[in-house]
Design a protein. Structure first.
Length: 117
């Protein structure tokens, strides 16, 4: 689980997640062992966006039966990632007291997500 591709498994597209995309919130199915920090770093690396917050939810598998046989679907984890839709340049002071601004550009949306907007 060292690579960003191993953490973010696929997008989770529902009516609610499509509505949340207008507010800068994107929903993903992630690896069950992934932490919020790992999800944040993976999304920033894969999509080139600035992540503000990550919310995660663990889901248990549902019970299923086929005739007399009982089974269960797999457990899974969902992550709702809020990105910065209006990134501002960061200003800080260096050792000499001069103001330095970062010029790193961030995207304001994830076009690869595949949802309807």
């Amino acid at each position: 689980m060292n690579f960003a591709e191993d953490i973010i498994l696929r997008p989770y597209i529902t009516e609610k997640s499509n509505e949340d995309m207008a507010n800068g919130k994107y929903t993903f199915i992630v690896d069950r062992r992934a932490t919020k920090t790992a999800v944040k770093n993976a999304v920033e690396k894969l999509f080139g966006v600035k992540v503000l917050e990550v919310n995660t939810v663990n889901y248990d598998g549902k019970k299923k039966r086929m005739g007399v046989h009982l089974g269960k679907t797999s457990k899974w984890k969902k992550a709702v990632v809020k990105i910065d839709t209006d990134p501002q340049p960061v200003v800080y002071l260096d050792k000499n007291g001069k103001q330095v601004t970062t010029s790193k550009k961030f995207k304001t949306e994830i076009p690869e997500f595949g949802g309807m907007q």
